[in-house]
Design a protein around this ligand. Structure first.
Ligand code: FE2
Ligand code: FE2
Length: 500
């Protein structure tokens, strides 16, 4: 009574036999829960107490224990900026205008032979070097074999030469210098960029990725065979001027729904469904972009079956189709796969199988990555598996995945590294090159959330619909689930709506 809790007769036994009654009541008080105590509520709080106890007993360094109520997501772009009066019509009165510019489905032609791998890398080398040359380099680039042949005349501090190549084995030395091998189609050379306290080179701080294409300017010094790098050159990245739609229309972004997992947040999905049917802002949303991992899949990691509520992937997709069906009929989905989906893991990944597609209405199925236009606005959507490789860079972490997206734009490539965490399909053309800077660039995969501007492009890390998994808890990673990112394609105003 002191805690303003009312215990009815049907929970009397449960309370009298409860091993931690005082703790249970203080927990309810701390959560400001008052009124009638139901059996469900008691068992929910008891489970929470037990799981906390379990974690403490394991005695490991543990992530912050997941709070029962997920605190509302921060709103970097509050709704006050999202002026509903700018929309002349509701989304249900506007026809679809989706124009897919690139996705791989039906066009994967590699046989995975050595020649395919060669032409894949040659294509990358040619296209990114052409972008780098566009901006004008300090001197005309020469081939690495010519540099080596003319090594004597290209030595000394007063000479400088520029070469373009692909990076191999980039690393920082113990003394803080940066070394790598640069290779073009004819030869290779060791390179070093010395640490300079007064004039630090930004590349020394950020490093490079294996298989990046860059140009460097420098010379041979001290009679060594290592090329001393003074300057790095990348494709130009000027301020981008976004295109806008003629009409006021919104697009929403989500990713990593992970239907089928025990940690899929169904109650929060229902909250969003209700919002979609009632909120004036929702009536402006014509499209929902789903950037991969829409189901949890089966056999994706060891012992996954213990974490699955639905153990058959067909049923996982059917369930997701039912959940999408609850959204208003005017919302058109654009769905691409991720590493949990049932398609080949090698990127670019094709769209989901037609048999799976048949479960869905109002959905456009595309591959990963996919570039497309919505009412004239360029969008690049990529699931983001390569962020697992980009986190090796000092500035990038799972907590700041948007830094990985900036790195992708800087090198004009979504997944440069071959043979590490991101499987790549060696197509004769490297389809993971970012040929054109998009107006909106969206990823998922890391279960974080961000919406920010980078040199005129809107970067979106789509939020997940999966709660913290036991693996993430062990790693100390707190996801940011259930945040719908919404963009007005006419004004590019954004809103982040939390449903947790
Ligand atoms: Fe995911
Ligand atoms: Fe993923």
């Amino acid at each position: 009574m002191k805690a303003s809790l009312l215990a009815r007769r049907d929970v009397k036994e449960l309370l009298l036999s409860h091993p931690n009654l005082e703790l249970l009541i203080s927990k309810l008080e701390s959560k400001k829960i008052k009124g009638i105590l139901s059996k469900e509520l008691i068992s929910e709080i008891t489970n929470e107490i037990n799981s906390e106890k379990e974690l403490v007993e394991i005695g490991r360094t543990i992530a912050p224990i997941k709070p029962r109520e997920i605190s509302p997501a921060p709103r970097p772009h509050g709704l006050e900026h999202y002026d509903i009066s700018l929309f002349e019509t509701n989304a249900n009165e506007i026809d679809n205008e989706i124009e897919v510019l690139f996705e791989i489905t039906g066009n994967s032609i590699t046989e995975g032979r050595k020649e395919d791998i060669n032409s894949f890398f040659n294509n990358r080398f040619q296209r990114i070097s052409a972008m780098i040359r566009q901006q004008g380099l300090p001197n005309r680039p020469i081939s690495i074999s010519k540099l080596i042949q003319e090594r004597r005349s290209r030595s000394g501090y007063n000479t400088s030469s520029t070469i373009i190549g692909m990076v191999n084995d980039p690393k920082h030395t113990k003394n803080g210098h940066f070394t790598f091998v640069l290779e073009d189609d004819g030869a290779e050379t060791d390179c070093i960029c010395y640490k300079d306290k007064e004039n630090p080179n930004p590349i020394i701080k950020t490093g490079l990725m294996q298989d990046d294409v860059i140009a460097v300017t420098g010379s041979f010094v001290d009679d060594r065979d290592t090329f001393r790098v003074d300057e790095f050159h990348r494709p130009p990245l000027k301020r981008h001027h976004k295109k806008s739609s003629e009409i006021g229309i919104s697009v929403a972004f989500l990713s990593d729904i992970h239907v089928g997992s025990k940690t899929f947040l169904e109650a929060q999905w229902m909250k969003m469904v209700e919002w979609f049917h009632n909120d004036p802002l929702a009536k402006t949303i014509k499209y929902l972009v789903l950037s991969g991992d829409v189901v949890d899949g089966v056999g994706i990691y060891p012992n996954q079956d213990k974490e699955l509520a639905i153990k058959d992937f067909y049923k996982q997709y059917s369930k997701f189709a039912e959940l999408l069906e609850l959204l208003p009929e005017w919302v058109e989905c654009i769905l691409l796969p991720g590493n949990h989906d049932v398609v080949r893991p090698a990127e670019p990944q094709p769209a989901l199988d037609p048999e799976i597609q048949s479960d869905f209405n109002s959905t456009t199925f595309v591959g990963n990555p996919c570039s497309f236009k919505l009412h004239g606005v360029d969008i690049l959507s990529y699931h983001g598996k390569s962020i697992d490789d980009f986190v090796s860079m000092p500035e990038v972490s799972y907590a700041h995945p948007v830094e990985a997206m900036k790195e992708m734009l800087r090198r004009r490539h979504l997944a440069p590294t071959w043979g590490k965490k991101t499987p790549l399909s060696p197509e004769p053309e490297d389809n993971l090159i970012i040929g054109k800077i998009p107006d909106i660039f969206v990823t998922g995969h890391v279960h974080g959330h961000n919406c920010s501007d980078f040199k005129g492009t809107t970067l979106i890390c789509s939020s997940t619909w999966q709660d913290q998994t036991s693996y993430q808890r062990m790693l100390g990673f707190q996801p940011q689930p259930c945040i719908l990112t919404v963009i007005n394609l006419k004004t590019h105003a954004s809103a982040s709506i939390p449903f947790a």
